[in-house]
Unconditional design. Structure first.
Ligand code: NAD
Ligand code: 3PG
Length: 398
């Protein structure tokens, strides 16, 4: 696989609309081409990449957003393609839509507004009809009610903290909470020791976990049984978290009072007391810009220096870039890789100035800076030699 930036202008492929301010990061020395079949890197939002061929030149994929279930992570890792996302960059947008929906749903605003539209054509009678009909839309105040927040990451923590400020009692559940988020979470958020504890006390439940093999269908017949009758469920995470057949039954019976989701499907659109938005959670100007800029900067930094920040499949690694030649190698996390890379470099009579080696599960990443000026002619042979090491996935010399 060929690689260095001096050889050619790198191409960035975009899937979905990416905010211009993000693409501006690539203004100099890059080529942006949405039709490229074999780019150096791809910037994507929700486009489903699972059935897409990845060209052998692709080195990085940046998800301008949080959820990466649309990207074939395993395949990327096996090919040494780094996948990035933009943690927290759209969290405020989602927090605001969740709290807006929470209040709007609790006050029956969606149903009330839809009914008001049916009065069109009633002329002078509208005032009278409104006063007679409003009793059907009496809502509840959220103050003093309990909100259960499942997943206390970037979004969940913001929702939990601000719901407290709105006068709600908040209980949170996240068995994998990060130290950073724990620091940001108000101490007034109660900690549920089990998800069952949260289900038992919550009047409203909002979910902020990724869609994975472990979370798919986590809201189902069994879990609805553990919730308070009439609970209102908010899903701004991913449609697959909720079993559609089971929620339809729970809504019919009133076990679940309302279901607000950002993920419409044919089934959801037919459900009683369900409100669906067209995946609007992160659709604000601010959030689209934040995500695009962060994604673009991470890709640019990686292509130009090999440094990795916010990858979801390879370890983060940072070595100050001096401008001298750098070997950047993705490999299996097995013994003696660093030794073999070092000895391949010394076979070319080159000295090592600095290095970093980081691992993540079965995979690892090593960057080695070379002290000497490297003659461009030997780069392909050095690259080839390192790529021949057993357990090596791919190497670049930058
Ligand atoms: N509707 C939208 O437009 C929109 C926008 C942004 C994010 N999202 C979705 O929201 C999800 C969360 O986003 P985020 O930025 O908060 O991500 P995040 O990674 O910051 O937080 C996710 C949290 O979920 C926790 N978690 C994982 N599995 C769990 C489980 N089984 N039970 C409880 N907690 C669990 C993790 O420990 C983590 O703290 C994303 O994965 C994405 O699918 C949707
Ligand atoms: O996971 C995310 O970040 C959201 O679902 C946003 O998706 P979008 O970028 O397609 O709006």
């Amino acid at each position: 696989m060929s690689t260095t930036l001096i050889e050619k202008v790198p191409t960035i492929k975009t899937l979905n609309n990416i905010a211009t301010s993000g693409l501006d990061v690539f203004k100099q020395n890059y080529n942006i081409d949405e039709n490229s079949e074999n780019p150096d890197a791809i910037v994507v939002r929700s486009f489903n990449m699972h059935d897409m061929e990845l060209g052998d030149n692709v080195k990085a994929i940046a998800r301008a957003g949080a959820g990466v279930n649309n990207i074939p992570i395993k395949k990327c890792t096996e090919q040494g393609v780094v996948v990035f996302n933009t943690p927290g960059a759209n969290a405020n947008a989602v927090k605001e839509i969740v709290l807006t929906s929470l209040m709007a749903s609790s006050r029956n605003l969606f149903a009330g507004a839809a009914w008001a539209r049916t009065l069109e054509g009633q002329g002078d009678q509208i005032g009278k009809l409104v006063e007679a009909g409003k009793k059907n839309f009496v809502g509840s105040e959220i103050k003093g009610k309990t909100l259960g927040v499942i997943g206390l990451g970037a979004i969940g923590a913001l929702v939990a903290n601000d719901a407290l400020d709105l006068g709600m009692d908040v209980i949170g559940f996240d068995p994998f909470i990060s130290v950073d988020t724990a620091w940001n979470l108000s101490r007034n958020v109660q900690r549920a020791n089990s998800i069952e504890e949260l289900y038992a006390v919550s009047d409203y439940i909002t979910v902020h976990v990724p869609l994975t093999d472990d979370t798919i269908g986590m809201f189902n017949e069994e879990t609805f049984k553990l919730m308070k009758p009439g609970v209102q469920l908010f899903n701004f995470s991913r449609g697959g978290l909720v079993n559609e057949e089971d929620i339809a039954i729970a809504l019919d019976s009133g076990k679940v009072g309302k279901f607000i989701t950002d993920f419409p499907t044919e089934n959801v659109l037919k459900m009683k007391n369900a409100v669906a938005f067209p995946h609007l959670g992160a659709s604000t100007k601010e959030s689209e810009e934040n995500c695009a800029i962060m994604a673009a900067r991470q890709v640019k930094q990686f292509l130009e220096t090999g440094n990795i920040k916010n990858s979801v499949n390879f370890p983060n690694a940072n070595l100050p870039y001096t401008g001298k030649k750098r070997v950047a190698a993705f490999h299996k996390n097995v013994p003696n890789m660093v030794g073999q890379i070092s000895s391949a470099i010394s076979d070319f009579n080159l000295n090592i100035a600095d290095m970093v080696n980081r691992s993540r599960g079965e995979y690892a990443y090593t960057m080695v800076d070379i002290e000497n000026d490297v003659n461009g002619d030997i780069i392909p042979s050095l690259e080839e030699k390192i790529n021949q090491i057993n357990g090596m996935i791919t190497t670049r010399i930058i």
